[in-house]
Write a protein of this length. Structure first.
Length: 351
């Protein structure tokens, strides 16, 4: 039985409790939280609750899950590994490249692993995108747009506090950037430039809006946008290929469509007159028989894939899916985005 402890028994701590409960060979045995109410909740569930971090690290557990505000990720991860535990941390991995380098050094020194909860690699919408891009169903991709928009208008709880590592770039931005980076690897998948606009629209202290443009060495342009105050919808994904287009409306990965032309793209003489756009043959639509509509790939439920791998990694039967090399690359892109926004210029990279 794999014994697990959680630091931070709030929303995400409870999320991980539910995942652990679905495995017969894993058990949540203890938690640490500074909030007495959270400790009482754990005790009601039959879980040991520590109010001392030192006592928590003495507990007989093999894996520590860190589900705290962002500024505590690095010190808690290092302390956990020094006490002999492997670590699963909530994103972001750290607050800077320098912090993550400290974590990486501690991994080397202790022989423990550190990984991060990048579970959105297994979202149905993202896996549909991976399949279409990888299979070249819409030809060679030139541009990928990924966005998450909300309506509330402000960041929630500690995410509105800069001292806690709040803001949307450290929150949703980490997930969306990770998805883009995982689409491409090798020399052609290197990020060659980063441009970012980062704004505080309705949450004064932290960013609640950002747009980031990543240019890859293979010529693909990836655009990532997050905003907390948007009252009209745009698609979750919009992808341009040199033979067709993919649109996914939401996280289900089932709404939207894939369209491509039949045969070769050489320009079309046969078009449909469209009076709404005036005398423009360039923007005139094609005839229906020139376009085919493909089904969106249906993706199986992979809700437990991340945790299944994590348990195997803790038992020494696998390597963690989310590696330090991937995390370092992600953090380098984040830092380039912050730099770009401060300078209002494109930052040249080779990440």
């Amino acid at each position: 039985m794999l014994k697990i402890g959680i630091i931070g028994f709030g929303y995400m701590g409870r999320f991980h409790q539910e995942k652990i409960a679905r495995f017969q060979n894993a058990e949540l045995t203890c938690i640490y939280d500074t909030d007495e109410g959270k400790r009482r909740e754990a005790l009601k569930d039959g879980i040991q609750a520590y109010e001392s971090l030192d006592e928590f690290f003495k507990a007989d557990v093999e894996l520590v899950v860190i589900a705290t505000p962002n500024q505590w990720h690095t010190p808690y991860a290092i302390a956990a590994m020094r006490s002999g535990k492997n670590v699963l941390c909530e994103k972001p991995a750290a607050m800077s490249v320098a912090e993550l380098q400290q974590v990486a050094a501690c991994c080397e020194q202790t022989g423990r692993f550190f990984t991060v909860h990048q579970q959105r690699r297994w979202d149905a919408d993202y896996r549909a995108v991976c399949e279409v891009v990888g299979s070249k169903r819409i030809g060679k991709v030139t541009t990928i747009e990924s966005r998450v928009f909300g309506q509330r208008g402000v960041c929630f709880g500690w995410r509105a506090d800069p001292a806690s590592g709040g803001g949307m770039l450290y929150d949703w931005g980490v997930h969306l950037i990770d998805q883009m980076l995982m689409l491409y690897s090798g020399e052609g998948g290197r990020v060659t430039s980063v441009y970012a606009r980062i704004l505080s629209v309705l949450t004064p202290a932290v960013d609640d809006f950002f747009e980031i443009v990543l240019m890859f060495a293979n010529g693909v342009c990836a655009k990532v946008s997050v905003a907390t105050f948007v009252l009209q919808k745009l698609p979750r994904w919009f992808i341009f290929g040199d033979r067709g287009t993919m649109c996914l409306d939401d996280f289900t990965g089932t709404q939207g469509g894939i369209s491509r032309i039949k045969g070769e793209v050489k320009g079309f003489e046969s078009v449909v007159e469209n009076k709404e756009i005036g005398p423009s043959r360039t923007m005139a639509p094609l005839k229906a028989e020139q376009i085919e509509h493909l089904k969106i790939p249906k993706e199986d439920d992979m809700d437990l894939e991340f945790w299944d791998n994590l348990i195997k990694a803790t038992e020494g039967r696998s390597m963690p899916y989310v590696t330090m090399e991937q995390l370092m690359r992600q953090m380098q892109v984040l830092e380039a985005a912050f730099l770009s926004a401060r300078k209002n210029e494109v930052v040249k990279t080779f990440i």
